[in-house]
Write a protein that binds this ligand. Structure first.
Ligand code: UGA
Length: 336
C-alpha cells in the first residue's frame, strides 16, 4: 500500500510515519516544510520525502494523490492562540488548502483519512460527546476561537456530502487532546504559543510561573500519542471496511483532569528529575483571565469527554496508556 502523509513532520504525522515503517511493508510518500521530527525516517527505503509547502508544490501533491492508495492530509494549525490572533490563516490553511486536497481525492477516487477535531463539539453540554448524536455548539462570530472548529466542521460536512453523493471513501477521526513526545516546541516562550502540556513544561523549565486561564478548572481528557496512532493504523488498514465512511472520536475518557491538576502533576513529576527539581520547586501557579491571556476573541470549553464506543465496536480499539505512564514518557523525552 502507498500512503500519502501531508504534514508528516507534525506531531501526529511523525509518530504515524515511524509506526508505519516499523510495523508494515507500506510505502510512505510525505511532504512537510521541515523534517526535524522525522530524521530517523528520512533514510528509510520506504519513506519518500519531499520538503515543501502543500500550497506551493501543488503539482507534486497531485502526482502523489494519483500514485497513492490512501491520503492523510494532516497539515493544519492547531494552537488556540493562533485561532484568535490570526483567524484567516486558519481559514486559508486548515480550510482552503485542505478543501483542495479533498476535492482531488474525489476526482481521483482516492480514500481519505481526515483529521477532524474534538473542537467541533465546542461548548456542547453532553457528558460524553457522541459522533452521531451530539450537537456542535460554538459561540458568536466575534469569538474568533471558533474559526478552527467551524472550519473543521464544514470540511467534515463537505467530506460527508462527497461520500454520500459522489462516492468518496473517507474516515474522519477526532483527536481529543493527544499528547506525547514531539507535541510542540517547549522553547516557544510566547504565552499560548503551544498546546497546554508543552506550554507548562516550557514555563517550568524557563523558571516562569504557570498561567492558569480563568483558574484552570476547565477539564480535558488527555490521551497518549501511541494510542492515537494505533487507532489510525486500524483506519488505514480498514479491515473489512471497518472504517469506511465513519467518524471516530479518538480519546481517553478515563484520563479526564482539570488544567490545574495537570499543572500540579507536571510540577510534582518534574521535581523527580534532579536537574530540574529546583526549577519545579520554585514554580507558582497563577490565575489569569482568558481575555488577558488570549484576547477578547477567546472562549473556552469547560468539559470535553469523548464517547469511544464506536471506535471500540467498529475498530476494536481502546486506549491502553494511562496518564501516569504517558506523562513519564513525555517528560523523559523533553527533559532528556
Ligand atoms: C486543542 C486545540 O484546539 C487543538 O490542538 C486540538 O484540535 C484539540 O484541542 C484537541 O487536541 O483535542 P485546547 O484543549 O483548548 O484545544 O488547547 P490547549 O491550548 O491545549 O489548552 C487547553 C486548556 O488549557 C485551555 O482551557 C486553555 O485555556 C488552558 N491553558 C492553556 C492554560 O490554562 N494556560 C496556558 O498557559 C495554556
Amino acid at each position: 500500500m502507498n500512503v500519502l502523509i501531508l504534514g508528516a513532520n507534525g506531531f501526529i504525522g511523525s509518530h504515524l510515519s515511524e509506526m508505519i515503517l516499523a510495523e508494515t511493508n507500506w510505502h510512505i510518500y510525505a511532504m512537510d516544510l521541515s523534517s526535524d521530527k522525522i530524521e530517523n525516517c528520512l533514510n528509510h527505503e520506504r519513506f519518500h520525502f519531499k520538503q515543501g509547502d502543500i500550497t506551493v508544490d501543488k503539482a507534486w501533491v497531485t502526482e502523489q494523490i494519483k500514485n497513492c492508495d490512501v491520503i492523510l492530509p494532516l497539515v493544519a494549525i492547531a494552537t488556540p492562540a493562533v485561532y484568535v490572533q490570526d483567524p484567516l490563516r486558519i481559514f486559508e490553511l486548515d480550510f482552503e488548502a485542505n478543501l483542495d486536497i479533498i476535492r482531488q481525492c474525489v476526482k481521483y477516487k482516492k480514500r481519505i483519512i481526515f483529521p477532524s477535531t474534538s473542537e467541533v463539539y465546542g461548548m456542547c453540554e453532553d457528558s460524553h460527546f457522541d459522533e452521531e448524536e451530539s450537537n456542535l455548539v460554538t459561540g458568536p462570530i466575534h469569538k474568533e476561537r471558533w474559526i478552527y472548529s467551524t472550519s473543521k466542521q464544514l470540511l467534515d460536512r463537505v467530506i460527508f456530502a462527497y461520500g454520500k453523493h459522489h462516492g468518496l471513501i473517507y474516515t474522519l477521526f477526532r483527536p481529543f487532546n493527544w499528547y506525547g513526545p514531539k507535541l510542540d516546541n517547549i522553547f516557544n516562550s510566547k504565552p499560548g504559543g503551544s498546546r497546554v502540556l508543552t506550554q507548562f513544561i516550557g514555563n517550568i523549565l524557563r523558571g516562569e510561573d504557570i498561567m492558569l486561564v480563568d483558574g484552570g478548572e476547565q477539564q480535558r481528557c488527555f490521551m497518549y500519542i501511541d494510542d492515537g496512532i494505533h487507532a489510525l493504523m486500524k483506519m488505514i488498514e480498514n479491515k473489512n471496511d471497518c472504517a469506511k465512511n465513519k467518524i471516530f472520536n479518538i480519546g481517553n475518557p478515563v484520563e479526564n483532569i482539570s488544567i490545574k491538576t495537570l499543572a500540579e502533576l507536571l510540577v510534582k513529576n518534574i521535581k523527580q528529575y534532579p536537574k530540574y527539581s529546583e526549577m519545579a520547586s520554585k514554580t507558582q501557579l497563577q490565575t489569569v483571565p482568558a481575555e488577558k491571556y488570549y484576547g477578547k476573541g477567546y472562549q473556552d470549553v469547560s468539559l470535553r469527554v469523548p464517547s469511544i464506543q464506536r471506535a471500540a465496536d467498529e475498530l476494536g480499539w481502546k486506549p491502553a496508556v494511562n496518564l501516569t505512564d504517558g506523562l513519564k514518557k513525555t517528560l523523559d523525552f523533553y527533559l532528556a
